[in-house]
Write a protein that binds this ligand. Structure first.
Ligand SMILES: [Zn+2]
Length: 848
């Protein structure tokens, strides 16, 4: 007998096809279930073990092939969420039918089979029920083999009130009214063979768009009544991305239909249930005429991401949760590819550089982790839904794609999907397929990025007619350990010598490497194109020459890299704050939104770290830095300008009016906001978030009441969250207290409250009150909020940049551990340490 972990299911009995009939009752928040599972008994067993949680078994029986029916009983293990079914005798090998009936609850924790409510046009509260099974919550809806490797076919039947809509993974085969009951029975077709975490059922009042066909499959967007008019943008990108992926993967969409469904209460962004993808409303429903470009991009991203999963994740699935990164990193990579093809003017791969930088920020901590690590208990996978899995994972895939060439990479992916479709795979299977297809040492290269935490800083020195590259692990906090670590780093080099500009791609595998060039080097760009997941530090002669002509010698993405690496070096104490300010003050001609995004991000970061008197100097320098580019763009949209320029206008003005405290800008913003209220169409829509942020930043109770009212009566999901989260930016103590109350008094959906709380912690004027409030109401928050949101809320502690607060934060988490996010909490604490260390180091910096 192999050693068996108690929480893992034995493989002696496997499911092949589930027939599942559920009858949810939306008035009592309960459901009844009947289940008939065709199983295969592989060797004689005395009992059948499967997963179940918060379910009550009503009956258990087994029909053998010869027609004999054995009555059984279920013993529940609440610790391991398992049910052991025994039937008296040993069961013979072969196929048989397991018949179960059971009941359960529609819970309010946004996982398993759960409840959601919304107000209709007349203000009446309406119920609906939805599912969220990843990672291990299918077992809360029906007894099942709830591990990704037990793939099976699902035939679902839902018995619901006659007036309600029922949706599941496959198309509806028939709907039959059950006379005299007020109910109907909705029977769905068989699903493809897939994992339990992808099963879905949604029941409520819903309206759909007309279907558009993608190959043989109808695609629809669903929303609660009154919101269908916000669905067209998602339908467009839904169709475009599905078609893109069918071509890219060389395999048609594997389901028989695809429904994209907006759910009013939803714990994450979206969930890739095959054929029935669920979303939070902001990620699917949008008014394409009124929303900002960033809000539209978010919908395009999430829809593409989920659609990419229909193949990568659903058709081919990780064998166990350690392989989660493969699902998520790949879907994130494909999301960029599809959105970039759909709207090239958004330059999606350029803005991906901001996501890459966010991953590098966490991955430069001692408390980071490798992308893939051993996962024992399934709940350990909960800590994997983070920036390292998604953004670092996607970044290293992009780096590999650029190194191998886009077509060679795609051919390897196609081979991988063909080999493992309707089955499970592991990371090593992907490298096998890519190596078979490209004949390149993909495994050695990628293992250094996937199984090893962190990334290197590449130092670049001029060395006669050559440059010398040295790699060393990057850390924000000085660290004696790990200095020997090495990566196989694809170096994309562009160098200018006397004989002209040359480009080279080199695989840096040793600690140090000399790259010979024909002539003496004038300047060089390492990480040309910005695809490398590493930082670059130039020797002083090289950086000085680059700085002479930043706009000519570096592309926008490369300028982003230079500024971002320099900011990281400043936080790490390798570069002085004065040098960093000197670098960004060279950006007077800069017109690229991503370069400004990193500058603006660092401004907020400095503002949180510096003392009040130091902030006055910072504000002055920021005004001098940001005013010229803001003036070039002006306050109104220009004929024919790009959408990115329009967004940049908002970003610059928003920063000038808040962290740079530009009084003239604040006055103009307030006037313009008043104009927007009277006549919305006269104001550039990409400017609205900036105006709202400035009005909140400078606002009193009059503005607060107005925004609160707008949150309550918003017409789109984007407007609702815009005004809700703006409430976190007011700076008057009594208004801060009101927003704090909102986080637990039931007025805000629990899907949003944790992020509102995070926002208040990050508000410098509110942080002391917010931290006290969090400590006082911690148990209440744990009870109300979805589990996955707790570590994300706690990210707000990075704003508590003060030695005494830091000590208090450490004491608090020592006695209040967050078990589903221990790693993330450790990372937040280290980010806070980095900031407090900077505060101490920068004590004498007063700028000038
Ligand atoms: Zn995903």
């Amino acid at each position: 007998m192999p050693t068996q972990k108690p929480y893992r299911l034995p493989t002696t009995v496997t499911p092949e096809r589930y027939e599942l009939k559920l009858t949810p009752d939306l008035s009592t928040w309960t459901f009844a279930g009947e289940e008939n599972v065709s199983i295969h008994v592989r060797e004689p067993v005395r009992e059948i073990v499967l997963n179940a949680a918060e379910l009550e078994f009503r009956s258990v029986s087994l029909r053998l092939r010869n027609g004999t029916v054995l009555q059984g009983r279920a013993a529940l293990d609440t610790e391991d969420e398992q049910a052991t079914l025994s039937f008296g005798d040993a069961l013979p090998p072969g196929n048989c039918e397991l018949q179960l009936s059971f009941s359960g609850i529609l819970n309010d924790k946004l996982h398993g089979f759960y409840r959601s409510t919304y107000k209709d046009a007349k203000g009446r509260e309406k119920p609906l029920a939805s599912t969220q099974f990843e990672s291990t919550d299918a077992r809360r809806a029906f007894p099942c083999w709830d591990e990704p490797a037990f793939k099976a076919v699902y035939q679902v039947t839902l018995v619901v009130d006659e007036k309600l809509t029922a949706i599941s993974n496959a198309r509806v085969v028939r709907e039959t009214v059950l006379p005299g009951t007020g109910k109907k029975e909705v029977v769905f077709a068989d699903s493809m063979k897939m994992s339990t975490y992808l099963v879905a059922f949604i029941v409520g009042e819903f309206e759909a768009t007309d279907p558009v066909m993608v190959g043989q499959a109808p695609l629809r967007v669903w929303a609660v009544p009154g919101k269908k008019h916000l669905a067209n943008f998602a339908l467009d990108i839904g169709k475009a991305s599905l078609e893109h992926f069918s071509r890219y993967y060389g395999i048609p969409y594997p389901g028989d239909k695809l429904d994209l469904i907006a759910i009013p209460d939803f714990a994450s962004g979206a969930m890739e249930n095959l054929g029935a993808i669920t979303f939070r409303e902001t990620a699917l429903l949008v008014d394409a005429k009124k929303a900002t470009r960033a809000e539209l991009e978010r919908v395009a991203d999430v829809v593409s991401h989920e659609n990419a999963h229909m193949w990568f994740g659903d058709l081919v699935t990780m064998r166990w949760w350690n392989g989660l990164w493969l699902n998520e990193a790949f879907a994130t990579f494909m999301e960029m590819l599809a959105v970039d093809a759909w709207k090239p003017e958004w330059r999606r791969w350029d803005s991906f550089t901001v996501s890459r930088a966010a991953a590098m920020q966490v991955d430069g901590l001692k408390s980071t982790r490798p992308i893939e690590f051993p996962v024992e208990r399934p709940e350990e996978a909960a800590g994997m839904f983070d920036v390292l899995t998604y953004e670092k994972g996607a970044s290293v895939l992009r780096m590999l794609e650029q190194y191998l060439g886009a077509e060679a990479f795609r051919d390897g992916i196609r081979l991988y999907l063909r080999r493992h479709q309707y089955d499970n795979a592991e990371t090593t299977d992907l490298w096998d397929a890519l190596e078979d297809s490209t004949k390149q040492p993909v495994r050695a290269l990628m293992d250094s990025w996937i199984f090893q935490a962190g990334y290197p800083m590449i130092s670049v020195e001029k060395d006669g007619p050559a440059i010398r590259l040295t790699q060393q692990i990057f850390h924000y906090l000085a660290n004696g350990s790990d200095q020997d670590r090495k990566w196989h780093a694809p170096i994309f080099l562009r160098a200018c010598t006397k004989s002209g500009v040359v480009t080279r791609t080199i695989l840096l595998s040793d600690k140090e490497q000399r790259v010979e060039l024909a002539d003496e080097v004038d300047w060089a760009v390492v990480n040309a194109g910005g695809h490398g997941f590493y930082r670059v530090r130039y020797g002083s002669d090289l950086i000085d020459v680059l700085k002479l002509e930043l706009q000519n010698r570096l592309s926008a993405v490369e300028r982003f890299g230079l500024v971002n690496d320099s900011w990281a070096a400043t936080l790490a104490g390798l570069t002085s704050l004065i040098d960093y300010m000197g670098l960004i003050e060279l950006l007077h001609d800069e017109g690229d939104i991503n370069v400004w995004t990193t500058v603006i991000g660092s401004s907020h970061h400095m503002n949180r770290i510096l003392d009040e008197d130091q902030c006055r100097s910072l504000e002055k320098r920021l005004r001098a830095l940001l005013s010229p580019p803001a003036a070039r763009l002006g306050w109104t949209a220009k004929e024919g300008e790009s959408e990115l320029d329009s967004q940049l206008r908002g970003d610059l003005i928003g920063t000038l009016g808040t962290v740079a405290e530009d009084k003239a800008c604040q006055e103009r913003a307030k006037e313009l906001y008043a104009q927007y209220e009277k006549d919305p169409d006269t104001v550039d829509r990409n400017l609205i978030p900036a105006l709202v942020a400035i009005v909140a930043h400078t606002g009193s109770s009059t503005e607060y009441e107005k925004f609160y009212g707008k949150f309550k009566t918003a017409q789109t999901p984007q407007e609702e969250t815009r005004y809700l989260f703006a409430l976190a930016n007011f700076r008057v103590p009594k208004l801060i207290d009101r927003t704090l109350d909102l986080t637990i008094n039931g007025e805000v959906r629990t899907q949003n409250s944790p992020y509102l709380m995070r926002g208040i912690l990050l508000n410098k004027r509110a942080r002391d009150r917010a931290w006290s409030f969090l400590k006082a109401h911690w148990d209440e928050m744990l009870r109300q909020y979805p589990d996955n949101s707790i570590p994300r809320m706690c990210e707000g502690v990075i704003g508590l940049v003060d030695p005494a607060l830091e000590a208090d934060v450490r004491r608090f988490f020592a006695t209040h551990p967050v078990k589903q996010g221990a790693k993330q909490i450790e990372q937040h604490l280290e980010r806070l340490r980095v900031a407090v260390a900077c505060k101490e180091r920068w004590r004498d910096w007063l700028g000038s």
